[in-house]
Design a protein around this ligand. Structure first.
Ligand SMILES: [Fe+2]
Length: 301
């Protein structure tokens, strides 16, 4: 906890803190979770510690969103797309990417010492238990690999956080909407109308989302997975749309159909990461076969 870190760039103790806050905002309905029960990330931790952590988390999460909302501008997103989307940072296979993400150690987090691979396997295993198709299970395994952006030196607010369209008016259903008042884009009238730089019903493929791990991974894997999986990956953090129903005016009918899958994925994303620790060596053969079915040995990142 006392580890030194840049106060401004990294207000969160870990990337998981954003997701813990999502669970606070979107608690799992009891009737949807007959076999799952929510526990803190470390099941052995006492209630009181958890309460303390929450109290501390709130200020950091708020600061995280302040940084996100004031800096995720049209110009910023364009610059990050130009920097990363040529996919020329690295060439690696999916398991190398998982190992790479695993080097992201949240040792300053009082609640989390679960390696990222375990988070990924927890999500995938919950999907497998519910009898979903292989591509859906695979999506659970890989959906957060875009978080390797952190390891390329990107700040937390440009890797995680609820995503939203840039270049048009912000929905007031986005978490902490008041912070947008201090975004440079607030002073650009063209960006402040309902559709902004877009056309009504243009479809999300034409819409620039705030930059983060969703869009990055989508671009890496888009040649290899079914479209339903790609929607899940590309929009899994788009809470203003899939949980709040906002931005329908930018969607086309195809997006609306595909968002069925984004919503189907969301409970696995949010509510599976705090359960029993998976037996990684035992699960490995299954997942190695699964990844080999869809991905080439080396991909561009
Ligand atoms: Fe994610």
């Amino acid at each position: 906890m006392s580890q030194t870190k840049p106060a401004v760039a990294a207000p969160l103790n870990s990337l998981d803190e954003w997701e813990d806050d999502l669970k606070r905002r979107y608690p799992e309905p009891a009737e949807n979770a007959p076999t799952r029960k929510f526990v803190a990330t470390d099941p052995n931790k006492k209630k009181e510690q958890f309460r303390d952590y929450r109290a501390e988390a709130r200020a950091s999460v708020k600061e995280f969103y302040r940084l996100n909302h004031t800096q995720q501008t049209v110009d910023f997103v364009r610059a990050k797309r130009a920097e990363f989307l040529p996919l020329k940072k690295r060439q690696m296979g999916i398991w190398e990417a998982i190992d790479f993400l695993n080097t992201l150690v949240d040792d300053s987090d009082p609640d989390t010492d679960v390696p990222q691979i375990e988070h990924l396997l927890q999500t995938a295993e919950a999907i497998r238990r519910d009898g979903h198709p292989r591509w859906f299970i695979l999506t659970g395994l890989i959906h957060d690999l875009g978080k390797i952006l952190c390891l390329f030196g990107e700040p937390q607010w440009a890797v995680v956080g609820d995503t939203f369209p840039v270049g048009c008016a912000w929905s007031d259903k986005i978490v902490f909407p008041e912070f947008f008042a201090d975004s440079p884009d607030a002073g650009v009238p063209e960006y402040q109308t309902r559709t902004g730089i877009y056309q009504e019903g243009c479809g999300l493929d034409s819409v620039m989302m705030s930059w983060g791990h969703d869009e990055y991974l989508y671009q890496v894997v888009k040649a290899y997975l079914p479209e339903e999986a790609l929607y899940m990956i590309r929009y899994h953090s788009f809470y203003p749309a899939h949980r709040e129903g906002e931005y329908d005016h930018l969607m086309n009918d195809h997006d609306r159909r595909m968002f069925h899958w984004v919503r189907a994925f969301n409970p696995y994303d949010l509510y599976t990461k705090s359960e029993t620790r998976p037996d990684v060596p035992k699960l490995m053969p299954y997942y190695q076969e699964l990844t080999a079915e869809f991905f080439p040995e080396v991909m561009n990142w």
